[in-house]
Unconditional design. Structure first.
Length: 336
């Protein structure tokens, strides 16, 4: 079966940001999958996650995967800082901070101005994509019917920030660092250290104990796994883009805006979408407890932890059939 797809670049002009800075000549890259219904009522927004571009996550879009393009019109906007939309690597005067809210507000313009879409059947996101899904539900409560948050949170927790600040410190310690997340050349040694810090957080202790770093890859040793299987996922991206998106992640908070003024409970109470929260049972970034704390403040929500030892990667289970089936069934049920 051939699925209709289309790509484009949405020119936003000079984009005023939450910080008061301006993202000059802002552009938002996007790709769609499937066919928009005559009533424009089958729209699923599928934002990208940290360092990911739309091609990195489109494996999840198929009739037998997570999102079915024969039923839904799926729009993937590339997050600012990912190298396709406006990013430090393609925008010399890229601002110090572009927030999750800045991303989602730009995405709202994309849907309205390019596609004439005013109503969204669902926003589905993993990790930073899940943070964007949460923001969609809070910033545009009358627009979003459902939101599926996979290994994400309404607000980046302090423990998560410690991890992210360690990544920034690693990049800032590189001799190539010029300040403010810019570099005279790609800091190869720092990126290697960056990736290895990430490897200790992305999957759980149980995952390593079970030897999945070997059995789920072609690696013969832990060193082979880190060097050949893990590090290339980060060294392929410019350090300045990684730095910028980490800053976005640190600042992510659905209540940190003029609508809610830092009141997280008010922001959660305002959400009208049916919320499905799918944290990973062993996720070190977004633990089950963070999502569980939100549940009493949401009008219509369910918490379904992914019973997995794959840590954060349970939410993006490309080589993990059990977790993929869990997600597929959960989404199928929620989208009835």
């Amino acid at each position: 079966m051939t699925i209709a797809t289309k790509t484009g670049l949405f020119e936003l002009g000079d984009l005023a940001l939450q910080s008061g800075e301006v993202l000059r000549r802002a552009s938002l890259n996007w790709k769609t999958y499937g066919t928009l219904s005559p009533g424009r009522d089958n729209v699923v927004v599928f934002p990208t996650s940290y360092s990911a571009q739309h091609t990195d996550q489109e494996w999840q879009i198929a009739p037998d995967k997570v999102l079915d393009p024969t039923r839904w019109f799926i729009i993937t906007p590339d997050m600012f800082g990912n190298g396709l939309s406006s990013s430090p690597s393609n925008t010399p005067d890229y601002p110090d901070l572009v927030t999750t809210a800045d991303n989602v507000r730009a995405q709202k313009r994309l849907l309205v101005e390019v596609f004439g879409i005013e109503h969204i059947a669902c926003v589905y996101g993993f990790s930073m994509g899940a943070q964007q899904a949460y923001h969609w539900a809070a910033l545009f409560p009358e627009t979003v019917e459902r939101a599926i948050v996979v290994c994400g949170s309404a607000r980046t927790a302090p423990h998560n920030k410690v991890f992210l600040l360690s990544l920034l410190a690693t990049l800032e310690a590189a001799p190539e660092h010029l300040g403010r997340g810019r570099f005279s050349a790609e800091p190869r040694a720092a990126l290697r250290a960056f990736a290895r810090i990430y490897a200790g957080w992305a999957m759980s202790q149980d995952w390593y104990r079970a030897g999945l770093h070997l059995s789920s890859t072609d690696a013969a040793t832990l060193e082979d796994f880190l060097t050949d299987s893990w590090e290339p996922g980060f060294s392929r991206r410019p350090a300045a883009d990684l730095y910028a998106q980490a800053c976005t992640w640190i600042a992510s908070d659905i209540s940190d805006n003029e609508m809610y003024r830092g009141d997280l409970v008010s922001a959660l109470n305002a959400i009208r979408a049916r919320m499905l929260l799918l944290p990973g049972r062993t996720d070190l970034y977004f633990p089950v407890a963070d999502n569980a704390a939100d549940i009493p403040h949401l009008v219509d929500a369910e918490l379904r932890p992914i019973p997995s030892i794959w840590g954060h990667r349970a939410g993006s289970p490309k080589n993990n059939e059990a977790d993929l089936e869990f997600l597929r069934r959960a989404v199928e049920d929620w989208m009835k």
